[in-house]
Design a protein. Structure first.
Length: 215
C-alpha cells in the first residue's frame, strides 16, 4: 500500500518509519442501542483502510472546520476549539454514516486514546455513545432509500455481553433489514484491529468503573 511505501521511505531515508507519516487523528465509537446491542459497520471494498472489514462507526476531525489549511497553523489555534472539533467530528460522522441526529445520541464519552498497531500506529480517540433508538430503528434509518453512505456497505449488531472480542473466535451478528432479524456468524479476524484494541481498553476501563456501559 501507499502507507507501507511511506513507512519504508521514512525508515530507509530518516531512520524512522513514521518520519513521512501525517499521523491523522481518527475517532471511533461503539454505539449502544436502547435494547443493549452494539453497532458495527461493514467497510466498503472501495475505501483504503479496513476495506471489507467490520468496524465501529467513526472518522476523523477536519482541520478545515477550524479554518486551518496547514499543520503549522495549529500552533496559533485555540486549544479549546481543537478539543471541541474532536468531539464534534464524531457527531458529524454519526449523521453522515448512520443518519443519526445529535438529539438521538448521548454526549460522547471519551474512553481511551491509543494507536492502531496494525495501521502504522495512527492515533485514535475511542469514545462511547448511546442512543435511545432500538437496533431496528437505527437499521431503518441506514437502509432508508433516501440515505447513502459510500464508506460502508452494511451494518450489524452484536450483544453488549459479546463485546469482549479477545475471548472469542467468532460471534453472532444480527442484521435488521426486515422485521425478523437475520443472524450471521463472523470470525473475529473479520473485525478491524482498532476494534480489538478498543475492546481491550474497554475491559480495563470497566474494572475501574463497572457502570461505564450504562446510559
Amino acid at each position: 500500500t501507499l502507507a507501507a511505501q511511506f513507512a519504508a521511505h521514512g525508515r530507509d531515508t530518516h531512520g524512522d518509519a513514521h518520519a513521512c507519516m501525517a499521523d491523522i487523528i481518527g475517532n471511533s465509537t461503539p454505539l449502544i442501542t436502547s435494547d443493549q446491542l452494539v453497532l458495527f459497520q461493514l467497510r466498503s471494498d472501495k475505501v483504503e483502510e479496513g476495506a471489507g472489514m467490520w468496524h465501529f462507526a467513526g472518522g476523523h476531525p477536519e482541520p478545515e472546520e477550524l479554518g486551518l489549511r496547514a499543520s503549522e497553523e495549529l500552533l496559533g489555534c485555540d486549544t479549546g476549539r481543537i478539543v471541541d472539533e474532536i468531539y464534534d467530528s464524531l457527531m458529524r460522522e454519526m449523521k453522515e454514516e448512520l443518519d443519526l441526529c445529535r438529539e438521538e445520541l448521548s454526549e460522547p464519552l471519551l474512553i481511551a486514546v491509543g494507536k492502531d498497531k496494525l495501521s502504522f500506529y495512527k492515533p485514535e480517540f475511542n469514545f462511547l455513545l448511546h442512543t435511545d433508538l432500538t437496533a431496528q430503528q437505527v437499521a431503518a434509518k441506514f437502509y432508508d432509500d433516501d440515505f447513502s453512505d459510500f464508506e460502508s456497505d452494511d451494518i450489524g449488531f452484536i450483544r453488549l455481553s459479546d463485546l469482549d472480542l479477545s475471548r472469542r473466535s467468532s460471534l453472532d451478528l444480527l442484521k435488521f433489514k426486515c422485521s425478523d432479524p437475520e443472524t450471521v456468524t463472523i470470525g473475529v479476524e473479520q473485525i478491524t484491529s482498532t476494534c480489538h484494541q478498543f475492546a481491550e481498553m474497554m475491559t480495563v476501563a470497566l474494572k475501574y468503573n463497572p457502570k461505564l456501559l450504562s446510559r
